[in-house]
Design a protein. Sequence first.
Length: 83
Amino acid sequence: NVYMLDTNREPMCTISMKKARWYIKKGIGEWSTFKENPGGSNNTNNFDNGEEELKCIRLLFEHNGSTKANPKSADEMTNENLY
């Protein structure tokens, strides 16, 4: 799975690699990275020891939904997709 970020680099959901390539091909997304701390806090600006850089795409348009209303960590999104 590939993480999808909004225009503010906030995680929204995970999608398949096939869907990620579709967003890139259509020109409505770009490849990006997301830094995740195994302890659960996310950081898109700085690396600290123990952080892992995850492959993701960032949308190039403002989406209809808002992560501000119900923010989820990358761990929560991963757990939801497993069940």
